[in-house]
Design a protein around this ligand. Structure first.
Ligand SMILES: O=C(O)CCC(=O)C(=O)O
Ligand SMILES: [Fe+2]
Length: 408
């Protein structure tokens, strides 16, 4: 029997829920429980100083930057930024260079074919402002719902301080190819000026975008595949100026600027997704280990020769070569993925001891500890725990807090 059509107002699986305003409990349900995207209306950003500063009073000229007051960005002309050239693809990204923002502003103001393709991305505007004695809230305030962020909260304590807060500026037509966010983190992105077109792929539909069956590599631009292939599977939405979008953990997405846009975004992670982040890091580590497997054999054989033991018969207690091996893997992982196991556990320990936000805006300690206990237990079976003393001490500190009892 045919099922009747749902009333046209019923939300379909492809709809993105929109909130005018949102409570922390609603955020928790969508982020932690359902891991699905949503959009929050302009009420979240309307008091941000940057909206007033960067919006251009409409005139009747036909500048490509329309509503964006590029002159107001001159204040940051000395900031070094990453610039993607959207006319030149390089692997899974566009060609990128590092330039002073002032140089890019000059190019945009000259308005030619080449400058229309330049997209300023991953500009650490808030961090650079703070380094010069300023404050993030001169530009914007992070919404309460996103404050339980373990990544930037910890990264700001490093020497030199780092963060995952970014500003994006790009003319109409510039775009970000299909990707997943770093380490399986969440992101939020608020459009200050202009509209963005988003394509969001639910984790269950990732396979249709692989370049080959079983491959880790994804298509660069969803649109190359033809809409019929993905139409029923991908969430597509236009994000208006002032709106904020939440991108869930592990969702592939791609974004096109429909106008000259400026947006503020942040990759973030709270206790809900620590297991994802931990397992993603271990997967990256496994790839590093595989790539330099010959180094392991070399170190082990060398140690065996030195101690006069036949290769393969090295006693488990001979650890020096293994310390060297595990350290090499960690430093390569840090270069490749931006951090390693030390960074992960230091972040966890720091956030347990110094929660980023008041208890009403984060899960209960019981919840947080229950999320972390299995990770501690897993890590205690790893060679890094047995061999690298500083890591063992760090993880033992975490174990004490979360109540993971020693296995020995
Ligand atoms: O706005 C863009 O071009 C990309 C934003 C993005 O990928 C994100 O917020 O995760
Ligand atoms: Fe992203």
């Amino acid at each position: 029997m045919a099922t009747p059509n749902p009333p046209s107002s019923a939300p379909s699986d492809l709809d993105i829920e929109r909130f005018e305003t949102i409570t922390y409990q609603q955020f928790q349900r969508n982020a932690a429980n359902l891991n699905r995207p949503f959009i929050v209306g302009p009420a979240l950003t309307e008091a941000w100083p940057c909206i007033r500063k960067w919006r251009q009073i409409p005139g009747n000229d036909s500048q490509i930057h329309e509503h964006l007051n590029l002159t107001a960005l001159r204040e940051y002309a000395h900031h070094t930024v990453q610039v993607a050239d959207c006319s030149t693809r390089r692997y899974n990204e566009f060609d990128r260079t590092e330039r002073r923002l002032g140089e890019v502003l000059d190019l945009w103001e000259r308005e030619n074919e080449n400058s229309r393709k330049l997209y300023v991305k991953d500009w650490h505007q808030a961090l650079l402002l703070e380094k010069n004695g300023g404050k993030q809230d001169y530009i914007y305030t992070t919404s309460d719902i996103f404050k339980d962020d373990w990544m930037t909260h910890h990264a700001l304590t490093l020497d030199p301080p780092d963060d995952y807060r970014f500003t994006y500026v790009g003319p109409k037509g510039t775009f970000t190819p299909l990707h997943r966010d770093v380490y399986g983190s969440y992101s939020w992105s608020s459009n200050i000026i202009g509209r963005k077109h988003w394509w969001l792929v639910p984790p269950g539909h990732t396979d249709i975008f692989r370049i080959r069956k079983g491959s880790e590599d994804m298509v660069f631009d969803i649109r190359d595949l033809g809409e019929d292939v993905w139409k029923e599977k991908v969430k597509v939405v236009v994000q208006e100026a002032g709106e904020t979008i939440f991108v869930p953990s592990g969702w592939y997405h791609q974004v096109e600027n429909l106008d000259f846009c400026i947006s503020i975004n942040q990759n973030f992670a709270s206790s809900h997704i620590m297991p994802t982040i931990y397992h993603n890091l271990l997967q990256s580590q496994a790839r590093v280990e595989e790539a330099i497997d010959d180094v392991k054999i070399m170190l082990r054989d060398h140690a065996a020769k030195q101690s006069g033991i036949e290769s393969g018969a090295v006693n488990d207690d001979v650890r020096e070569w293994e310390v060297e091996w595990l350290e090499q893997v960690q430093s390569l992982l840090e270069m490749d993925a931006g951090w390693g196991l030390r960074g992960f556990w230091a972040m966890v320990a720091y956030n347990l001891q110094n929660p980023p936000v008041d208890a009403s805006l984060r899960p209960s300690d019981d919840y947080v500890h229950a999320k972390l206990r299995p990770l501690v237990e897993d890590f205690r079976h790893r060679r890094e725990y047995a061999v690298l003393e500083d890591l063992r001490r760090l993880v033992d500190d975490v174990a004490l807090i979360v109540g993971a009892h020693s296995s020995t």
